[in-house]
Design a protein around this ligand. Structure first.
Ligand code: CP3
Length: 336
């Protein structure tokens, strides 16, 4: 496949930097809400292949981004393990399970067949657009299971991790195996590249990341890179604290948040970088937003091997027109 995005990842010459945005299909788009109202809740929407395919394509049609990320959620592979996942309006995800790791079911990747079908359909309908498959990272999913939902300080997750190391290891191992199998099926279904979201490393110290998180992420990327010759992306937050550790992972692209000084990291590294505009900039005035995007682009010390993205996802209350302005600004920044 020869798209702008894949050429940039292979460090071939590009006429401009490619751009896509985390959470690019969501409630900030009225067209999303139109589809959303056709199902009773968010998870049913994820399982409705026809609607999920249409939603996945919205950012291509409405924003003109350079990749599709499949419409789904990081929590869907937890359901086959025996975790009940619900999305409560305006409260975010709620997870419940019997809290006995030994009673969780073994993962059957076929239970998420609707995800692979979304990928197959997107590749058939838009063969020239790169399709990004994704999953959460083991620690980020474990934190949802232990907290039972979103959290501010992750106190249950951290005390579990420190106090019950054996159980922590058992659950992380089960999640890592689950995610390897789930990611493998997405890549086999035709995903052109694959991103792992480690959103809640934002909560961790460097030494806890090194001891409790890194070995499982390593295992995940070792397995995927040995089986598939497709680009792998690792998104991890509090990125500057873990940069050198992430450097040694078998990934092609490091997707970093705004704690990182991109230009100096890129000068030191052979990896491809993705990021890292503060999403909050999207609340600023249009002239400020535009200048912030250009400032970032001007500091990129390479002419390829870089993908523009935010340092985290788009929020539901952001203004669609500003998101479009952001994409247009990146696309107008010529490298020729
Ligand atoms: O990027 C995309 O457009 C693809 C789809 C996608 C969603 N979630 C759709 C979604 C992706 C890649 C995700 C990943 C995801 N989900 C992450 C990692 C990225 C990050 O933001 O850190 C996390 C932590 C989740 C867990 C999750 N899912 C939360 C915390 C929420 C609730 C937040 C909210 O806005 O209410 C979701 C729900 C969710 N996932 C929505 C969408 C479009 C909103 C659902 C709705 O009400 O319509």
């Amino acid at each position: 496949m020869d798209s702008l995005l894949l050429r940039a990842i292979r460090k071939e010459p590009v006429e401009r930097f490619p751009v896509w945005l985390m959470r690019q299909a969501g409630r900030y788009m009225k067209e999303y809400l139109h589809f959303r109202n056709q199902e009773r809740d968010f998870l049913s929407l994820c399982k409705n292949v026809d609607l999920a395919v249409e939603i996945s394509k919205l950012p291509i049609k409405l924003l003109g981004v350079d990749a599709i990320i499949i419409f789904s959620d990081i929590l869907v592979p937890l359901e086959p393990l025996g975790v009940k996942v619900e999305f409560v309006e305006n409260e975010g995800p709620k997870l419940s399970w019997h809290r006995d790791i030994g009673k969780l079911k073994g993962y059957d990747p076929q239970a998420n067949a609707y995800v692979y079908e979304i990928i197959t359909r997107l590749k058939r309908e838009l063969p020239d657009v790169p399709v990004i498959g994704f999953c959460g990272a083991p620690f980020t999913l474990l934190s949802y299971m232990i907290e039972g939902g979103s959290s501010r300080d992750f106190r249950k997750t951290k005390t579990f991790m420190w106090e019950k190391e054996y159980d922590f290891h058992r659950l992380m191992t089960l999640l890592t195996e689950t995610l390897i199998s789930y990611a493998d099926r997405q890549l086999s279904a035709g995903a052109d590249l694959f991103q792992v979201f480690d959103s809640w490393t934002s909560a961790l110290s460097r030494s806890d990341y090194e001891i409790y998180v890194l070995p499982y992420v390593e295992e995940l990327f070792d397995k995927l890179s040995s089986k598939h010759d497709k680009p792998l992306i690792y998104f991890f937050r509090n990125s500057s604290a873990f940069m050198d550790l992430a450097e040694d992972l078998k990934v092609d692209v490091l997707s970093v948040d705004w704690t990182v000084d991109l230009s100096s990291e890129m000068l030191k590294s052979d990896k491809v970088f993705q990021g890292n505009l503060e999403p909050t900039v999207l609340y600023a005035r249009e002239d400020v937003l535009k200048e912030k995007v250009l400032q970032l682009l001007r500091t990129i010390p390479r002419r390829t091997g870089y993908i523009f993205n935010l340092g985290h996802g788009i929020a539901p209350d952001m203004d669609f027109r500003k998101v479009k302005l952001l994409v247009d600004t990146v696309k107008s920044f010529s490298l020729e």
